[in-house]
Design a protein around this ligand. Structure first.
Ligand code: GLU
Length: 429
């Protein structure tokens, strides 16, 4: 089988092998058709572009950009673009596959893709960032498109970056085609065709799922404590939305440092500080600074990893001191870490369900663009909750049916959906 063959030939265990390990477990459980299994274990297209950009100094630097399109059986490829030094083929391949499962679970008509540029955006000026983004978009050319592959924000990218991608893409279209292509990218600024509620959507979705989980577990959110890793768009929105509900944020970590206060950190004030300075370091609040190991062992009701992959591992999982983990990041738990959490009876709401609010509201933005509509926030929030509740119920039902953990159950929901579609359509020719 391709899944195992791929794993066996790779030199050492990498992120994509983690994806395949989980994929194999669920595929075995539902006895997934071997022909469909071999398709889904591979990405459809893998694009890597080296493109030159003139820096402010006049020097030219060549950047490495990626777009990997994992699968489009359910609809156009969909997924974010990240700007980070750790972006590489293996990481993007894993993230693209996760998008395929995520959109299938969410019940939205998209496939899965992911991309990015391998660089640290914090080392470049705004005008350099604009030129890097535009030149990357130009290099991608027809490999993206409003009905073909639709990028969105991810780690270190935001609405402004999406506006530059939109403008560059439209500028390369014949004039009479431009107005019908605004859905080439989602997560845009509202005036440029973005949707109400998209900026907070991933965080909003995590909070909705926390409340659904709480309802099923007789858990009181309003007296709970939690800690967050990563204070970018997702982490900070989760904290801002949980604050009025009474949940107490007891620790936060980002790349600059980790801070803790058992009586609670001010999520709004911390957001303002991070927006102004780019990091939590130097926040003028009441807290003590702690090291990473102390942060990971913070005592609280739940933990929200909202940064990068591979944070809950064989090393850190034994020290986690919580009842449940809500995975706002993609891939924060590796298979060893996941096994330890299971043995310790710590629940995990897996990334491909837990952080799907972002892509769900991307879908709403895409629909609004196609129909030239603008929906009110209440409508967007209501439709998001309806989609998430449905996905949550399906994953819970699969966990009961197969007596398995929720991650495996989420894969089961995705793979069954994809299998049905492949069976209906068959394989060309
Ligand atoms: N980057 C987000 C994710 O990982 C959103 C993707 C999208 O909206 O297309 O789900």
């Amino acid at each position: 089988m391709a899944a195992t063959a791929l794993a066996a030939t790779a030199p050492k265990k990498n992120l994509y092998e983690n994806v395949l390990e989980r994929f194999d477990r669920a595929a075995d459980l539902i006895k997934l058709d071997p022909n469909i299994r071999v398709i889904l274990a591979n990405s459809n297209n893998e694009l890597k572009v080296n493109f030159p950009v003139k820096l402010d100094s006049g020097k030219v630097e060549v950047f490495k950009g990626y777009r990997i399109q994992h699968n489009n059986a359910l609809g156009p490829y969909k997924g974010g673009l990240r700007f980070h030094p750790a972006v590489n083929t293996d990481e993007v391949r894993a993230l693209a596959a996760w998008m395929t499962w995520k959109t299938a679970i969410a019940g939205i008509p998209y496939g899965g893709a992911k991309g990015g540029i391998q660089f640290d955006p914090f080392n470049y000026s705004d005008s350099e960032l604009e030129r890097i983004t535009r030149r990357f978009t130009f290099a991608l050319g027809d490999n993206i498109g409003p009905e073909y592959d639709i990028p969105a924000p991810d780690v270190n990218t935001n609405a402004q970056i999406m506006a530059w991608i939109l403008d560059t893409y439209l500028s390369t279209m014949p004039p009479h085609e431009r107005q019908r292509c605004t859905h080439v990218v989602t997560g845009k600024p509202i005036l440029s065709g973005g949707s109400e509620g998209r900026e907070k959507a991933t965080g909003q979705g995590v909070v909705n799922l926390i409340e659904l989980w709480a309802r099923d577990h007789d858990f009181a959110v309003n007296t709970s404590t939690y800690f967050v890793q990563g204070y970018g768009n997702v982490g900070s929105w989760v904290a801002r939305l949980l604050e009025p509900k009474g949940a107490v944020l007891v620790a936060v970590e980002d790349a600059s440092c980790a801070i803790t206060n058992p009586n609670g950190l001010d999520a709004q004030a911390l957001t303002k500080h991070v927006e102004a300075t780019g990091a939590i370091k130097g926040f003028a609040g009441n807290y003590s600074e702690v090291d990473h190991a102390t942060f990971m062992s913070t005592q609280a009701d739940f933990f929200i990893p909202a940064a990068l992959e591979g944070q809950i591992t064989a090393e850190t999982a034994p020290d986690l001191n919580v009842k449940v983990v809500f995975e706002a990041a993609n891939g924060p738990t590796d298979p060893d870490g996941g096994r330890i959490l299971r043995e310790r009876g710590i629940d995990v709401l897996p990334d491909i369900l837990c952080n799907s609010g972002g892509v769900i509201v991307s879908y709403f933005e895409w629909l609004q663009n196609k129909r030239s509509e603008f929906w009110e926030l209440e409508k967007v929030d209501g439709k998001l909750l309806a989609k998430l509740s449905h996905a949550y119920d399906n994953v819970r039902a699969a966990a009961g049916e197969f007596d398995c953990d929720w991650r495996t159950a989420a894969y089961v929901v995705a793979l069954r959906h994809l299998e049905r579609v492949y069976k209906e359509r068959g394989i060309f020719p």
